[in-house]
Design a protein around this ligand. Structure first.
Ligand SMILES: Nc1nc2c(ncn2[C@@H]2O[C@H](COP(=O)(O)OP(=O)(O)O)[C@@H](O)[C@H]2O)c(=O)[nH]1
Ligand SMILES: [Mg+2]
Length: 269
């Protein structure tokens, strides 16, 4: 857990939601560290801070707590963007977003934006299969070069929804493409249902084709696009929050503590 007292104050909060093993931690790791590891523990850090122009953006990972059903509505409190993540090779991981995770977003900001992210696209799409990340570290790049074989589709048979549990995909099928269990249209349809759940009008909301992403934390496919599109989209929320704070200034407890600490006990009335 980062030392909160030494961190810059975040201007805005983005949160990742989604079932275990869909690749939330890997996406964050790919973006922040420009790396992919087959196993990374989420326990090490619950949130990251990203400087985006003059703004500080906090990005929250679930730290493995998604396995306990009571992830808690605290997690999404005050979020300006929620990144609902699923695994494109696992239909159930998309269904879980609606069944289990959507209700957790009730505490997010009223103007919160929602993105749907289908990760592990390298397993199903040849365009996502090759490494995309130009900032890769040399050791990472070598591993990637080995994968530069033309992929073959493993099976053309459709897999019925609901087969295969979360995390049950084959561990490594380098060079072979898996059947994609979640089509982009399924994500687009879910985005429409999310807007309805939130009572938002589809016409005045951000369109599904801008808010449904397919990514690969492994190859870096679409990862920068995902994060940076969202960062740009939350800037208006930062500005409106600042505007509100100027219009009705509130007491900042941190500042107050510093002042009262300096004054010492003797100045107390
Ligand atoms: N092929 C592939 N595997 C991935 C990708 N992202 C994550 N994984 C693997 O999926 C597993 C779960 O990833 P993790 O980031 O821990 O998922 P989380 O539980 O949602 O945080 C790990 O074995 C990762 O190496 C990806 O884009 N492609
Ligand atoms: Mg994780």
């Amino acid at each position: 857990m980062p030392d909160l007292s030494r961190m810059k104050k975040p201007d805005v909060k983005l949160v990742f939601l989604g079932d275990m093993n869909v690749g939330k931690t890997s996406l964050l790791h790919r973006y922040m560290e420009r790396k992919f590891k087959d196993t990374i523990s989420t326990v090490g850090g619950a949130f990251f801070l990203k400087q985006w122009g003059p703004y500080n953006i906090s990005i929250w990972d679930t730290a493995g707590r998604e396995q306990f059903h009571g992830l808690g509505s605290m997690y999404c409190r005050g979020a300006a963007a929620v990144i609902l993540t699923y695994d494109v090779t696992n239909w159930q991981s998309l269904a879980e977003l609606e069944e289990r995770f959507l209700s957790l977003t009730d505490t997010a900001n009223h103007d919160c934006i929602y993105a749907l992210v289908g990760n592990k696209a390298d397993l199903t799409d040849s365009k996502a299969h090759h490494c995309q990340d130009s900032d890769r570290l040399p050791e990472d790049r070598a591993e990637c070069e080995e994968e530069r074989t033309e992929p073959h589709v493993l099976s053309a048979c459709p897999t019925p929804p609901g087969t295969g549990g979360v995390g049950q995909q084959p561990a490594s099928l380098s060079g072979l493409l898996l059947h994609k269990q979640v089509a982009r249209e399924d994500a687009v349809a879910l985005y429409g249902r999310i807007l309805r759940y939130k009572g938002l009008d589809e016409k005045s909301s951000l369109p599904a084709d801008k808010m449904c992403f397919e990514t690969s934390a492994k190859t870096g496919y679409n990862v920068d696009v995902l994060f940076e599109t969202l960062f740009d989209m939350v800037v208006p929320a930062i500005l409106s929050k600042r505007h509100e704070n100027q219009a009705s200034p509130t007491v900042d407890l941190e500042d107050w503590r510093k002042v009262s600490g300096k004054r010492g006990k003797s100045s107390c009335c």
